[in-house]
Write a protein that binds this ligand. Structure first.
Ligand code: UDP
Length: 312
């Protein structure tokens, strides 16, 4: 089958491509405009006969016959998606429209990469898929939050109106190899700072929480969602690690695991930064053959530190 991965040179997309190219019967087409994706992430597959790289923006319409589409293309770290917020909204909305049209034309299955950001500053904890969220529609994160919410809405409307086969996953904070060391996310920032002996930049007082998922667990969940025997299961489904940590706890772990003598430097909390976030994964366990994260934070951080050491 021909499989399209938009954003395939990004952190999550490239780890997914690594899994997909293993099936030699499939032909993987990786589309990326390299705005936040990196060629280094797909370098290992460039010579494979079943891998093709398309240097294109998902905002442009595309006409290639495909059987499955993974729509991962989007700037995803807060500094990256806030750099050009209007472009972020366009990537979310025009991107999914183009991919839904493609799925409609070729009767392909489309899996949309949505996000825990659709829950905004959550008033329900942990967050199940039934929670409708508490998003600031005009804040500095809204380009991403509302863009992704609109993309979900379009997926379900294309399914109802045109019978397009869709699947939606909501990804909670994920980390691991192929992250861009400069993308500004907390795990990459803390590890790079610790390895360089620089202060770890803690935003606010560091008591805000996130649940951190190792990339291999996410890729397994993505694969199961696309290939589940229950083809009518569209989601949305949360994919995340329910372990919940404060940023201070994360900093302490990074310092211990790297053996770094770095200190903490407290910086202002960015606008609309969610206070708490924790994945409720009951639905994923039920619908995705018992899926649950296998890699806990210390182990995942060790693997990530080994990757980031190659970049220092
Ligand atoms: N954060 C931090 N220091 C950094 C980068 C981020 O303390 O150098 C905090 C940020 O304010 C947020 C959390 O870490 O509360 C997770 O941020 P990230 O950008 O990784 O993802 P988010 O969940 O906010 O999209």
């Amino acid at each position: 089958m021909r499989i399209l991965v938009t954003g395939g040179a990004g952190f999550v997309g490239s780890n997914l491509c690594a899994r997909l190219v293993q099936n030699k019967k499939d032909e993987i087409i990786c589309l990326d405009d390299l705005s936040t994706g990196r060629l280094a992430n797909i370098e290992p597959f460039m010579q494979l006969p079943n891998f093709t790289f398309l240097h294109r923006n998902v905002q442009e319409p595309l006409d290639i016959e495909v059987g499955q589409i993974y729509n991962a293309a989007c700037q995803a770290s807060p500094p990256a998606y806030q750099k050009s917020p209007t472009d972020t909204t366009k990537t979310c909305v025009l991107g999914i429209l183009n991919m839904l049209e493609l799925a409609k034309k070729y009767d392909a299955t489309l899996l949309q990469f949505s996000t825990s950001e659709v829950y905004g500053e959550p008033l329900v904890h942990p967050q199940p898929e039934t929670y409708r969220g508490n998003v600031n529609p005009i804040g500095i994160r809204s380009c991403y939050d509302e863009g992704k919410r609109c993309a979900e809405s379009l997926c379900f409307d294309y399914a109802r109106e045109f019978g397009v086969k869709i699947k939606v996953i909501r990804i909670f904070n994920t980390y691991g190899p192929n992250m861009d060391p400069k993308d500004g996310r907390v795990v990459s920032n803390f590890i790079m700072q610790a390895l360089r002996g620089e202060d770890l930049t803690v935003y606010g007082d560091g008591t805000q929480t996130r649940s951190f998922q190792y990339i291999d667990d996410l890729v397994e969940g993505i694969w199961r969602m696309m290939n589940t025997s229950r083809s009518d299961f569209a989601g949305p489904v949360n994919l995340g690690n329910p372990g919940e940590f404060t940023m201070l706890e994360l900093a302490e772990k990074v310092l211990r695991l790297t053996g770094s003598k770095s200190k903490l430097a407290f910086k202002p909390l960015p606008g609309d930064d969610p206070t708490r976030r924790k994945a409720d994964i009951a639905l994923a366990k039920k619908e995705l053959q018992g899926w649950e994260p296998a890699v806990q934070l210390d182990e995942g951080l060790e693997k990530s530190i080994a990757y980031f050491k190659t970049l220092v």
